[in-house]
Design a protein around this ligand. Structure first.
Ligand SMILES: [Zn+2]
Length: 113
């Protein structure tokens, strides 16, 4: 369950930021989760809810932006939507392809009081 360690990291990061700005409450956190990042958004959300109990982000809203995976074929250079990390090119079936998006996992914004 590495969603739990990611949730811990996110909470620490947000708490540090809030402290820096002397903010008592965090209203909203927006996180990007790429479909190839290996993070299960639902599991992450549950972990964050559980771990944030009693912290300043306890009542913060969580927005999860899912980013589609993008692969680029090394042989014919077309770009295609990648559903999993090991996917061959839909046109020429070359393998492996380069991953050009979908690995994201990051906090992109937070709203604090
Ligand atoms: Zn190709």
């Amino acid at each position: 369950m590495h969603e739990f360690s990611l949730a811990t990291e996110v909470i620490n990061l947000v708490q540090r930021e809030a402290q820096k700005r002397n903010a008592p409450v965090v209203n909203e956190i927006t996180i990007e989760v790429g479909s190839l990042s290996g993070v299960e958004a639902g599991a992450f959300e549950s972990a964050l809810k559980l771990l944030s109990e009693g912290s300043i982000i306890e009542n913060a809203g969580l927005n999860i932006l899912r980013i589609n995976g993008i692969g680029v074929c090394k042989t014919c250079s077309i770009e295609f939507e990648m559903m999993q990390r090991m996917e061959s090119c839909p046109v020429c079936h070359a393998f492996p392809s380069e991953i050009n998006g979908g690995n994201e996992f990051r906090v992109i914004s937070m709203t604090i009081e």
